[in-house]
Design a protein around this ligand. Structure first.
Ligand code: URP
Ligand code: ZN
Ligand code: ZN
Length: 460
């Protein structure tokens, strides 16, 4: 099967030019002006952007969390991602404290195998680092193609590891060619504030926000950066939200440290005013919480300064019924919000269209950098001969409105209901197959493939 995409404007992290793209099987095999090649199918991309498929390296599908499961499974979540132009996601496996990493991998495989529509990979969250776990690291990097290990500096008792475990883990991961991801907030400070607010009978979602002030994230980010510098292990801070935390990273980079930063689309475009709306604010209860307008400005600047390399989602949806678990206690509201389908279009509309980032920067932070940081480049993350034909055809002018009534995520509300966007994903190819066209999904569950990743060295 071959496809010829004609006359599109190809945008990569570095290029911007009009050309044709020829695809044979799953792979791009030629790029050039007016290619004179016979194909089974011709797609006219005149007037459209032709970009690499989005990569969202921070999603939680079918994840057991806070007494329930995130409501998108591998089928609904990766399909919704495709509708929004994201062709590959990286999900998080959570080790159960007391159990092995291998047991956790088997559990996640039981939910993901043969169920994904789009491509996916895994980070392994190490929640109980001990001599037995330590022996498993090498196998995950060398055999399983899982080269990034997530750590939590919060969620004590369930997910958090202490600094001693962190350093030991960093040294082991570095030795074998992996990277440490971190949820960098100070769990002890947060737990103190949660207890304090509850003792004062303050139970509304607003107090979720007030229990995680900026300092809790700035302190942990700085501590993580120091530990990563000390051990020499490449680090990646997930869902960074605020000025204080970004300043900690800025300081770390002065010593030429390999420390990557991800923010998420919601932290760029939403702010904490949503928590004033009584229980409605539960829609945006996530950790860390939304911040202030000044933090949005810092994050956009951080992207342009090269301090923030990735814009992800931390997609972790819950039905409204599930959010109601915390109706009388903010600390029981399942943390997370849905965005896997909206990220690429929101970032284009709010970022490129409003002049905050360039088109090349858009591709870089929505796709290319994640592929490089996590060991998938140049198979994923670019449009080049030899790369997987993961391609988005994008209409920069089409206007549309976000609504839970029309989205494809398995969640009954949208955090962006009624938002009017300019710029729409029109056609999506995944490994050489048309996956989305005319607002319809053309590939079945099971087409999505697990992507084994290469070793990483903290350089991009
Ligand atoms: O609120 C969030 N972020 N939920 C998902 C788990 C995590 O901390 O990433
Ligand atoms: Zn987190
Ligand atoms: Zn997360």
């Amino acid at each position: 099967m071959s496809i010829l995409i004609k006359n599109g404007r190809i945008i990569t992290a570095t290029d911007n030019y009009v050309a044709d793209v020829f695809i044979e099987g799953e792979t791009i095999t030629a790029i050039g002006k007016n290619l004179n090649l016979t194909a089974n199918e011709i797609i006219d991309a005149t007037g459209k952007l032709v970009m690499p498929g989005g990569i969202d390296p921070h999603v939680h599908l079918d994840m057991p969390f806070m007494g329930t499961y995130s409501s998108d499974n591998y089928e609904t979540g990766t399909r919704a991602a495709l509708f929004g132009g994201t062709t590959t996601v990286i999900d998080f496996i959570l080790q159960k404290q007391g159990n092995s990493l291998q047991a956790a991998l088997q559990e996640w495989k039981s939910r993901s195998n043969n169920n994904a529509v789009g491509d996916y990979s895994f980070h392994m969250a190490v929640t109980d680092f001990n001599p037995d776990t330590k022996k498993e690291i090498q196998h995950f990097i060398n055999e399983e193609g899982i080269t990034s290990f997530k750590t939590f500096m919060a969620y004590k008792g369930a997910l958090m590891i202490d600094d001693r475990q962190m350093i030991d883990l960093m040294l082991e991961v570095k030795k074998h060619g992996g990277l440490i991801n971190v949820h960098a907030t100070n769990g002890n400070m947060i737990d103190y504030l949660i207890d304090k607010h509850k003792a004062e009978a303050k139970f509304a979602p607003l107090y979720h926000y007030l229990s995680q002030p900026e300092v809790t994230e700035a302190e942990a980010s700085s501590r993580f950066a120091d530990m990563a510098n000390y051990t020499g292990c490449p680090g990646y801070i997930v869902h960074l939200t605020c000025e204080g935390a970004l300043n900690a990273v800025r300081n770390a980079t002065k010593r030429n440290q390999k420390l990557f930063v991800e923010t998420c689309i919601q932290y760029l475009i939403l702010d904490a005013s949503v928590y004033q709306q009584n229980f409605e604010g539960a829609k945006w209860v996530m950790s860390p919480p939304l911040r202030e307008k000044k933090d949005q400005a810092t994050l956009w600047a951080g992207i342009n300064q090269g301090l923030v390399q990735v814009v992800a989602t931390d997609h972790c949806p819950f039905m409204w019924e599930q959010k109601l678990m915390g109706k009388h206690d903010f600390s029981k509201i399942p943390n997370g919000h849905p965005a896997i389908e909206n990220r690429m279009e929101l970032l284009f509309s709010e970022g490129v269209n409003k002049g905050k980032i360039s088109l090349n920067k858009y591709v870089e932070v929505a796709s290319t950098n994640a592929a490089k940081i996590f060991g998938m480049f140049p198979k994923k993350g670019t449009i080049a001969v030899g790369s997987d034909a993961d391609i988005v055809l994008f209409d920069t002018n089409e206007k549309h409105t976000i609504s839970a009534a029309t989205h494809h995520m398995n969640v009954d509300y949208s955090g962006y209901e009624g938002w009017q966007l300019t710029g729409k994903v029109k056609t999506v190819l995944l490994r050489g197959k048309v996956a989305i066209h005319n607002n319809e999904c053309k590939v079945e569950k099971g087409y999505g493939k697990f992507i084994k990743r290469n070793k990483v060295d903290g350089k991009i």
